[in-house]
Design a protein around this ligand. Structure first.
Ligand code: ACM
Length: 264
């Protein structure tokens, strides 16, 4: 089994609504020597939709043009990609993430915990927290604000994920350090790909995105981290055997849980 992987986080500054330009710019930053690359939440459209009509005009099916470009890039380069995009499933919009493998297959996640005005325009995700095989290991996806619910990372880890793929458009700067704890308490790696820049498309609401895209590991180390501004990419070579829940000879993390004493 493959135990070493090169994970990369791409940090971008999309231009709202310029989908083709944004996909071009993001793919240009994808390093061809990585096994798996994470891109931000809503990487193709930008974040601040004024209303559901505007969202529906830019949203795409999970096999639409943006998904096809991600898949084609993965097939052409041998690098798996995970990216957030605005999905429309018929008349229903979701804040989604796609995982595209080099063999042309894909996986889908729909953001479970919607943030702020996302609640006005998206439907909350209905898929739960699926895990899947990619690059020879088990992984799962969560999107941005899902981070503040430890149950999201926990559920993925309990289902066997060793890497949490985490496309983000963070506006608070609490998350990057909090992900260290998510990794330690679940003994996993996490790849958070965040965006930078400011959107002020709605009266009285200017959002500045906080960068600090990173890969962190089960030993509580931030392995690589971008700055708070600027586009770019950081890569980390990880050893998946570090995602080990045997903390001491007498402490296997899952075996030690006492769920009979925990509330739902
Ligand atoms: C967020 O969930 N985009 C903060």
């Amino acid at each position: 089994a493959m135990t070493r992987l090169r994970l990369a986080a791409v940090q971008t500054e999309p231009v709202f609504g310029e989908v083709h330009r944004n996909v071009d710019a993001a793919l240009a930053l994808v390093p061809d020597d990585a096994d798996l690359v994470g891109l931000p939440e809503l990487f193709n459209t930008g974040y601040q939709f004024r209303d559901r009509d505007e969202l529906m005009q830019l949203a795409e099916p999970a096999d639409g043009p943006t998904a096809t470009r991600l898949r084609d890039h993965a097939v052409a380069t041998g690098t798996a990609l995970c990216a957030g995009f605005a999905e429309r499933d018929g008349d229903t919009p979701y804040n989604s993430a796609l995982l595209a493998r080099p063999d042309g297959t894909t996986e889908l996640y729909r953001k479970t915990h919607l943030f702020w005005d996302e609640k006005l325009i998206f439907e909350p995700g209905d898929l739960g927290f699926p895990v899947f095989e990619v690059c020879g290991t088990t992984m799962g996806m969560m999107i941005c604000f899902d981070w503040i619910f430890p149950e999201a990372a926990r559920t993925l880890a309990l289902r066997g994920a060793k890497v949490l793929l985490h496309p983000s458009n963070l506006v608070l700067d609490l998350c990057p350090d909090a992900m260290v704890t998510r990794c330690v308490e679940n003994r996993v790696f996490a790849l958070t790909a965040n965006r930078v820049g400011t959107e002020a498309r709605k009266d009285g609401q200017s959002l500045t995105f906080s960068g600090l895209s990173q890969v962190c590991g089960p030993m509580g180390k931030v392995l690589v981290r971008m700055g708070a501004t600027g586009e770019g990419v950081v890569s980390a070579d990880v050893d998946l055997s570090d995602a080990d829940r045997q903390l001491t000879p007498r402490n296997e993390l899952w075996e030690d849980r006492r769920p009979e004493f925990y509330d739902r």
